[in-house]
Ligand binder design. Structure first.
Ligand code: CMC
Length: 443
């Protein structure tokens, strides 16, 4: 009779251990600690740099099947949400677990809009940044600073506090993001207009000039809303892991969202959309694509916007964005960089290097060309990602706070450094050159 267990024989001792297999294919790493050579032995532990095969939580928020390219929020396929829903409704779904009925949607929208304003001191704080400050750096700083305005946010065990801070963060992120942009342009900050939609108000705070009321272009407003939907959550990615890990110290959610935003800033994560445009500009024209591909295969360059830890097939978000790009171009004119993207994709999808490694376009491959056509400067691309991902971070955070199995995140290490040695007087120490490895290891 088949059993849902794993039998392990420790060849050092000849002992056999039986470990339950849970959830159809999961073993608890802590069980390995029972595998010992003697009672005072620490026991076995698993070594998994970058968590490539370690689940750090049980989650109900997002489902991904990377082999077949499936992405669902709370069970709903991303394609249906992108076509039929709007970002605020999806944020509700992600955060609360169900789609709202019309009464709850109206209350949620009202609640988010109530929180679009920020304290005037935040404006002064933002004015202190250099004229050329990257808006993502400004966002990290200002989100973190918000914790000083809302000290009550530290009561993370309290449900009503979590709800309030969730509404505040989703409401305020576009304001901070837009003001970071206006700062870089030397333009006065625009206050929220709550008569507009979530995306429409954001566009107003970015692009409003002297007009009394800003009327967003409906195609671009909808396109931005869809892009927000596609970026709302993506299970245990680098920034969600940062949110959970930093949040596990029970710090307030502003500090944890600031940490998640910092994680998103990097070029291997949310900064990839900016890096894609830089790469496309660097390639320069379609005729240079084969040369560029050669460099990628030689390991000299990375093909930004390609590859994914989880997707080993076409990222379903990239499919939607590729189509969306053309809808945007109908309104704005074609972004000439799209031709280079298409050629890169065409060659890569036929090339053995990419095929054998299962490298396909990810979400960032077509977002950059779309955002650029919409008038966003490159530095704003990861900022747009951060606005949308805030709902996902908060959903992951709330799940972590409520989960009785979670504790402060604290991985183990395999110590490979020096064994015990004793301090020697400076004139008796060996030349650093003789210890080159030791010195170069440390930075
Ligand atoms: N260009 C060229 N080669 C690549 C690329 C790429 N973009 N991505 C992976 N590879 C190669 C890699 O060199 C390795 O080759 P080998 O087996 O010969 O050593 C193999 O493919 C497996 O890659 P990996 O580095 O083990 O994969 P990973 O899961 O650690 O990294 C990744 C995933 C997304 C960091 C990586 O694919 C990458 O750097 N992509 C470019 C940056 C990018 O587009 N990031 C956005 C990710 S999606 C949105 C988000 O999460 O923010």
């Amino acid at each position: 009779m088949a059993k849902d267990t794993l039998s392990i024989i420790d060849n050092r001792t000849g002992k056999e251990y039986e470990i339950p297999i849970e959830e159809g294919g999961v073993i608890r790493a802590a069980r390995l600690r029972n595998i010992k050579t003697s009672p005072d032995d620490f026991g076995l532990m698993s070594y998994d740099p970058a968590f490539v095969n370690t689940a750090s939580c049980r989650s109900k928020v997002t489902f991904i099947d990377g082999d077949t390219g499936i992405l669902r929020y709370r069970g709903y396929p991303i394609e249906e949400l992108a076509e039929k829903s709007n970002y605020l409704e999806v944020a509700y779904l992600v955060v609360k677990g169900e789609l709202p009925d019309s009464k709850h949607y109206a209350a949620w929208e009202q609640n988010i809009k109530t929180h679009t304003m920020v304290h005037e001191n935040v404006k002064t704080f933002m004015e202190g940044f250099r004229y050329d400050a990257h808006p993502m750096g400004m966002l990290v700083g200002t989100i973190g600073a918000l914790s000083t305005f809302y000290p009550g946010a530290a009561q993370i065990e309290d449900l009503e506090t979590r709800r309030l801070e969730t509404r505040r963060l989703i409401g305020k992120l576009p304001t901070l993001a837009a003001w970071a942009y206006r700062h870089s342009r030397g333009l006065p900050y625009v206050y929220p207009d709550n008569d507009l939609s979530y995306a429409g108000n954001f566009l107003s705070m970015l692009f409003k000039m002297t007009e009394q009321t800003y009327q967003p272009n409906l195609v671009l407003e909808r396109a931005l809303d869809i892009l927000f939907i596609l970026h709302a959550d993506h299970e245990q990615n680098c920034s969600a892991n940062a949110m959970r890990s930093v949040g596990s110290s029970h710090v307030d959610p502003y500090s944890a969202v600031a940490a998640a935003t910092a994680a998103l800033y990097g070029p291997l994560h949310g900064g990839a959309n900016e890096a894609v445009i830089r790469m496309l500009m660097d390639v320069g024209s379609v005729k240079n694509v084969p040369d560029f591909i050669k460099k990628v295969k030689a390991g000299e360059r990375l093909m930004m916007g390609f590859g994914h830890r989880i997707y080993k097939s076409y990222d379903p978000r990239a499919k939607i964005i590729k189509r969306l790009a053309y809808e945007v171009f109908e309104e704005t004119g074609k972004n000439p960089l799209i031709d280079i993207s298409l050629e890169l994709e065409r060659i890569a999808l036929e090339d053995d290097y990419f095929v054998t490694r299962k490298l396909y376009p990810n979400v960032d491959f077509y977002t950059g060309v779309t955002y650029q056509a919409m008038g966003f400067p490159m530095t704003m691309f990861p900022v747009l990602f951060a606005i949308a991902r805030t709902s996902g971070w908060l959903a992951q955070w709330a799940e972590m706070v409520r989960d009785p199995e979670q504790k402060i995140a604290r991985p183990r290490q395999v110590y490979v450094g020096e064994q015990l040695r004793h301090w020697t007087a400076i004139e008796k120490r060996p030349e650093p050159l003789m210890r080159e490895d030791a010195v170069s290891d440390s930075i």
